[in-house]
Design a protein around this ligand. Sequence first.
Ligand SMILES: Cc1cc2nc3c(=O)[nH]c(=O)nc-3n(C[C@H](O)[C@H](O)[C@H](O)COP(=O)(O)OP(=O)(O)OC[C@H]3O[C@@H](n4cnc5c(N)ncnc54)[C@H](O)[C@@H]3O)c2cc1C
Length: 399
Amino acid sequence: MKIVIIGGGAAGVFASLAAKEANPGAEVLVLERTAKLLSKVRISGGGRCNVTHACFDPRMLVRNYPRGHKELLGPFHRFQPQDTVNWFEQRGVALKEEGDGRIFPVSDSSQTIIDCLLGEAEKLGVVIKTQSKLQSIRKGEKGFDLKISKENDLHADRVILATGSALAGWDFAKGFGHTVVAPVPSLFTFNIPSFPLAGLAGVSVRQAKLKLADGKFEEAGPLLITHWGFSGPGALKLSAFEARFLAEKNYEAALIVDWLPEFSEDWLRGLIEKSRGARQAGSLRIVPLPASLWKKLLDRAGIPQTTLANALSKKAVFQLCESLKRDRYQVKGKTTNKEEFVTCGGVALSEINFKTMESRRAKHLFFCGEILDIDGVTGGFNFQNAWTTGLLAGRAAAE
Ligand SMILES: Cc1cc2nc3c(=O)[nH]c(=O)nc-3n(C[C@H](O)[C@H](O)[C@H](O)COP(=O)(O)OP(=O)(O)OC[C@H]3O[C@@H](n4cnc5c(N)ncnc54)[C@H](O)[C@@H]3O)c2cc1C
């Protein structure tokens, strides 16, 4: 049996290991069009590779996938972050969990992950060829005929397409009758022209809640103020859930920030009224916000910092609650997040059997990783999708 895997990224390489482990007698070949394998693994997480996330309940885990949550539930019952951790640790890679749940190699170097994956491939006898680009693929009577750049034509009994977000990969899928959901970027930060908080760049809050005025989702998480707008996990999460809506709006939308999601508005109003003393509003310390942000939010509510707290009118208290709970900004444009970005869109999920990752359009053709219309929020969820779907595709292809 000859299994050919197109794409030497996380999903393709993991699939090759699973295939060879499941069927050591099979010939397993990975073809990568560039000179480098696992190039996204190398640059991921700022060069540290955030391999997965410490979320071990499949039902909780799927909530981190704006696209793919329904379909991944079954696969995550078979291979989830705990299995990823065990897999790497059993092969000598020590991992550590950070405070926010992200899991990295203890070495803080993605090279450790690359060495482990490629070492395993060599040990198992997986053949890997770089600078081998799939140019065309055709289903014959028995298996597939493939044309590869600078190589003789190939025949394969089973093919796994793991080409990530490469346009050519989606064209191959279309050739087999698959629908490809139009790709748009996900995981980006928000640009806000003439950003009123620019002076606070670098200030962050532990937990803010964000939504778009006309959007469907409300997402909470740490929020970072930058020179240009908002970043941090909370902003990235909203960008992922609203990726398609924002693309349709050409990245122009009203963003509403709740700076204190743990405080109800009534509670907050009571707190402000109770804390009235002879102190100046600018030096009140009644809510857990950085002092510089509190002062800025007073400005946005039109309250001079020197106003004595006991002289705050009902209207001023109302305005302050608006700034704290419904602070509004006009987003215009996005910035690619350098730490992690993915593509929303890809091969339509209804056309895939999620028990095996086999195409429902072409027998013995399998898909895994980002070529599918699956993407996760930031924090290791995208690699988990690559490991899980790669493992299932590899095992099923080898059967
Ligand atoms: C800067 C950055 C940082 C990231 N950081 C993280 C992170 O910390 N945590 C996380 O979970 N996710 C992260 N991600 C996302 C994660 O890297 C991807 O979700 C994951 O790599 C997808 O794996 P894949 O194998 O499906 O696709 P890819 O890694 O894109 O691999 C696909 C491979 O197929 C090859 N290919 C394409 N067409 C052909 C062809 N015709 N013939 C042969 N080969 C072909 C490509 O060259 C490529 O090597 C990051 C992404 C980026 C860009």
